[in-house]
Each structure stands twice: as structure tokens, then as C-alpha cells.
Design a protein around this ligand. Structure first.
Ligand code: SF4
Length: 320
């Protein structure tokens, strides 16, 4: 069996930064340490930190007053920041800078009096956080069909669209095309909102999906960018499976299979990929080879709120 390892795959700069935030905060303030929402959408990463004494919460009311709380890579709304501040919490904001960029765009466009069409998945942590920046100005658009239901005049020049960072490029383009068709005057963001990591991982899968028998995506089911990688493979006519780890492999999937493409979502640790490769090597005589489609060298600094905490300096009113 031939195993093609997609590159890039796995951790992106935002996930690396967020995980490092939690590691550093444990060293500085100890545990229990509170994290609002899963720090990144990966079961193994979350379980690792739970074992180290981190408590993940979905409501700021679960965080004791005057505790330290970290906001996840997906970002939070101002209401969550204000609630944490009211409880006297020390806030560390591990929001990916590329998510923060979308928040800033939403704030700016809302101040300009524009109606924002946010292309994304309702209920996803990132979308909830972005909507919270300007709830009266944002309408979520999940599909081309949603566009037909929008209440705005076709000749409006007060519309702009933004997108969630982890969408399928094809899905987003279909929705944006529908928006532009109905609203020819709609404004576009100054630069693409779908992030470099999402785009690159999709390119790396697309480069091979049609030439392999199956695609394995390592990632958790609530990981948006991992789900998109499986959809891209399936859209290209190739069976794909999303697995959290090697324990979820079903050996029947590999009967009669010559070539497997293995990739990983932006929040999936590399050791899980290597364990899967070992499993395929040991059971099916798999031989792994790397395919480099795009090179990445992105790196994000730790947030200033964490650096201040580390250096014993007072926190700013708004964590960043
Ligand atoms: S997937 Fe993109 S937006 Fe999300 S954390 Fe990674 S770099 Fe940031």
C-alpha cells in the first residue's frame, strides 16, 4: 500500500499559539486554569489539558471570580469579555489573529452603517463570536438558498460580505457568487477571510484526492476545517473518513486499496498521524511518502495579555 502524506497538514500557526498559551499559563498561574470553549476543536488536545488540570467551560458563570480564563482560538464576543471582566477574571485571549481580523472588519463595517452578510456556519464558536461584535448589523448566510431569503433591496449599496475562516473555498465561492448575483453592489472584504491554513490544507488534498483510493482525515468531528477536507475528497469522488485517532480505523476500509492519502485538520496533533501511518505499515505493508503542495512558515506571537502576565505586569482592561 502506498501512503501519501499531504503537506501542509495538521497544526496551523493559530493552533500552535493557542496551545502554547495554555501551556505557558499553566506554568505561570498553575491549575485549575479555566478555558472558555475548547481551546481548539480537537478531542486529544482537550483531553490532554483536562488531565493537566484545565477546566473547559461553555459559560463564564462557571469560572470562579478572580480566576484566570483563556479565550479559545475561535474568539469570543464582547459580551463574554465583559462577563469575565465583571467577575474580576484575568483574561488571556488566545484568539487566532486571523479570526480577530474578521472581528475588526465586522466592527468597522458596522460603524460605517453597512449590513454584513457573514458567510459561515451558525452556531460555530467563531461565527458566534463574530456576530457578537455587531449583532444588529450581521446576517449569517449558510447556503446559496439563504441568499434568496435575505430581506435587503437588490440595489442596496450598504451591503458587505465576510466569511468564516475555515470554510470550503468552493462552498464559500458558491455562496459569494449567489450574493453577487442578487446584490451587484455588495462590497468585498479587503482581503480573503478564509485563512491561509484552511486554503493550503484544501489545496494539498485536492492535489491528490482524485488519484487515490481513499482519503483519511485526522481530526475531530467538531473541527470545521477537518470536515471540509473530507467533503472536498468526497466531492472529487473519493471516499474519505474523518478519524480522531488510529482506534477509529476500520480495517475493512483498506481491502483492495492501493493508495491512501493521509491529511490532518489544523487542530490535529502530528503524533496521531504518525500512529495511523504505523498502523497502516504494520497491517497493510504501507510505505509512506511525503507530498509537498504548499510550504508554510507562518508564526504568531503569544498574545500581549499572556506576555504581561508572564512578566508580572498589570493587564489591560481589554485582553488581547
Ligand atoms: S485554522 Fe486559520 S483561522 Fe483557525 S486558528 Fe488556524 S490559522 Fe487561525
Amino acid at each position: 500500500m502506498r501512503i501519501i502524506l499531504a503537506n501542509p497538514r495538521g497544526f496551523c500557526a493559530g493552533v500552535n499559539m493557542a496551545i502554547q498559551c495554555v501551556e505557558e499559563a499553566i506554568k505561570i498561574v498553575g491549575t485549575p486554569l479555566y478555558v472558555y470553549h475548547e481551546i481548539v476543536h480537537n478531542r486529544h488536545v482537550v483531553e490532554r489539558f483536562v488531565k493537566e488540570g484545565v477546566i473547559f467551560v461553555d459559560d463564564i458563570d462557571e469560572v470562579p471570580a478572580d480566576s484566570t480564563v483563556i479565550f479559545s482560538a475561535h474568539g469570543v464576543s464582547p459580551a463574554v469579555r465583559n462577563a469575565a471582566k465583571a467577575r474580576g477574571c484575568t483574561m488571556i485571549d488566545a484568539t487566532c489573529p486571523l479570526v480577530t481580523k474578521v472581528h475588526m472588519e465586522a466592527i468597522r463595517y458596522a460603524r460605517q452603517g453597512l449590513n454584513i452578510l457573514l458567510v459561515g456556519h451558525a452556531g460555530h464558536d467563531e461565527v458566534v463570536g463574530t456576530v457578537g461584535e455587531a449583532p444588529d448589523s450581521i446576517t449569517i448566510v449558510e447556503s446559496p438558498e439563504d441568499v434568496a431569503q435575505l430581506p435587503f433591496d437588490e440595489d442596496s449599496d450598504k451591503l458587505v460580505y465576510l466569511t468564516q475562516t475555515t470554510l470550503s473555498m468552493d462552498d464559500a465561492n458558491n455562496i459569494i457568487s449567489a450574493i453577487k448575483k442578487r446584490y451587484p453592489n455588495v462590497k468585498a472584504p479587503p482581503s480573503e477571510d478564509i485563512c491561509y491554513a484552511t486554503t493550503n490544507r484544501q489545496h494539498a488534498v485536492r492535489a491528490h484526492a482524485q488519484d487515490v483510493d481513499i482519503v483519511l482525515v485526522v481530526g475531530s468531528r467538531n473541527s470545521s476545517n477537518s470536515l471540509r477536507l473530507t467533503e472536498i475528497s468526497q466531492n472529487d469522488g473519493t471516499t474519505s473518513y474523518l478519524v480522531d485517532d488510529k482506534s477509529e480505523l476500520d480495517h475493512r476500509w483498506f481491502e483492495g486499496v492501493d493508495t491512501v492519502l493521509v491529511t490532518a485538520g489544523a487542530s490535529a496533533p502530528e503524533h496521531l498521524v504518525q500512529e495511523i501511518v504505523d498502523e497502516l505499515r504494520n497491517n497493510f505493508g504501507g510505505v509512506a511518502e511525503d507530498s509537498h503542495v504548499v510550504e508554510e512558515d507562518m508564526h504568531f506571537e503569544l498574545p500581549i495579555s499572556l506576555r504581561r502576565l508572564r512578566d508580572g505586569q498589570p493587564q489591560n482592561a481589554a485582553a488581547n
